[in-house]
Design a protein around this ligand. Structure first.
Ligand SMILES: Nc1ncnc2c1ncn2[C@@H]1O[C@H](COP(=O)(O)OP(=O)(O)OP(=O)(O)O)[C@@H](O)[C@H]1O
Ligand SMILES: [Mg+2]
Length: 323
């Protein structure tokens, strides 16, 4: 197995606050690795350290085989970075931004122009190439920013919350672009707050919580720890909730928590064992029990669910942390 990024015992303090408390990671070359966690977990700190923008207090890290502390120049030549805040010059056109980046990568004028045109085409921005970036929509800026990080053809790219603020269509388009790069052998370290995004893209995920690894594994494994999909139904009147709870108990997953009724007494939810099969069984049981259902929905575990399960935080705590 070829390791593109390896991190061991990484620690970082800001004043008295330790924001990285010993992080260990190994990312296989040609894969997407997701760092998942709430605001302030330490994701950007990890990325900035690996991009040589920040010195750790302890620990070691290598990127593309180079040591981030002893070979920062070589590391910088091997990476592309799309930061949490787009690093584009809004006064320049899209093309000028890319030519600038390519020139900084020592590509030479001619090759820089050719590469810029190629990247603009790849990101569907040719039509807007000669307009100042300040006239671009948020999604266009994100695409250009990602394009800029790929301009030097780096073997490793860091994407720090690349799709925050994008509409669903642009988000899916960006995922497609990331997949294409990975198919060509690029290694991607991606930070995100969206379980869905990590699920779609990442081969492996590390859940970061308060500077520590709370869990690590393939997306399917992590989801299994939170019990997979949940069925949530709303009954017409509170007196039907108990019958619904009993009906759903008959289809609930073995080993998972029994169905629960919400505080409002109208919503009943349960973990589903085998997805769609469980849904039709649940519908039948509810019908037989003559429960009047006004809403019936299946939802995947949210990031909150994963966090609750893995770290034992209460939702309120998480929401405060997210502010
Ligand atoms: N320059 C700094 N000085 C002091 N504290 C900092 C600095 N940069 C980050 N921190 C703190 O370090 C912690 C981790 O921050 P980091 O930016 O790595 O989190 P994150 O996981 O990327 O969060 P988000 O999802 O909000 O981007 C936070 O508590 C933050 O306040
Ligand atoms: Mg961040």
């Amino acid at each position: 197995m070829d390791i593109a990024i390896s991190v061991a015992g990484l620690r970082k303090k800001y004043g008295e606050t330790e924001v990285l408390k010993g992080i260990d990671l190994a990312v296989e070359a040609g894969t997407v690795y997701g760092l998942l966690g709430p605001n302030g977990a330490g994701k950007t700190t990890i990325v900035r350290t690996l991009a040589t923008l920040l010195k750790p207090d302890a620990g070691t890290a290598t990127v593309a085989g180079f040591d981030v502390l002893r070979q920062p120049q070589e590391v910088r030549r091997s990476i592309g970075l799309t930061g949490q805040y787009a690093a584009l010059d809004a006064g320049l056109t899209g093309r000028e931004n890319l030519v600038l980046v390519a020139t900084l990568m020592h590509l030479g004028r001619r090759r820089a122009r050719a590469r810029a045109a190629e990247v603009l085409e790849m990101f569907d921005l040719t039509h807007a190439a000669d307009r100042p970036v300040r006239t671009y929509s948020g999604g266009m800026r994100r695409r250009l920013d990602l394009g800029a990080s790929l301009t030097g053809n780096p073997p490793v790219i860091f994407l720090d919350e690349p799709t925050t603020g994008l509409d669903p269509v642009s988000r899916i388009a960006l995922w497609e672009l990331v997949r294409k790069q990975v198919a060509e052998g690029v290694t991607v370290l991606l930070t995100t707050q969206y379980l869905e995004e990590a699920d779609q893209l990442a081969h492996r995920i590390a859940v970061i919580d308060k500077g520590r690894l709370a869990a690590e594994g393939a997306p399917a494994d992590l989801k299994r720890t939170v019990g997979g999909e949940r069925l949530e139904i709303t009954v017409r009147a509170p007196e039907m909730a108990l019958a619904a709870q009993a009906a759903l108990a008959r289809v609930s997953s073995v080993g998972c928590a029994p169905p629960v009724v919400d505080e409002d007494g109208l919503r009943v939810s349960v973990a589903l064992e085998n997805g769609i099969a469980g849904v039709s069984a649940a519908a039948q049981e509810l019908q037989q029990a003559s429960v009047e259902v006004v809403d019936f929905l299946v939802r995947r575990p949210s990031l909150d669910d994963v966090f609750l399960e893995l770290t034992g935080h209460h939702k309120g705590e998480l929401e405060t942390a997210n502010r």
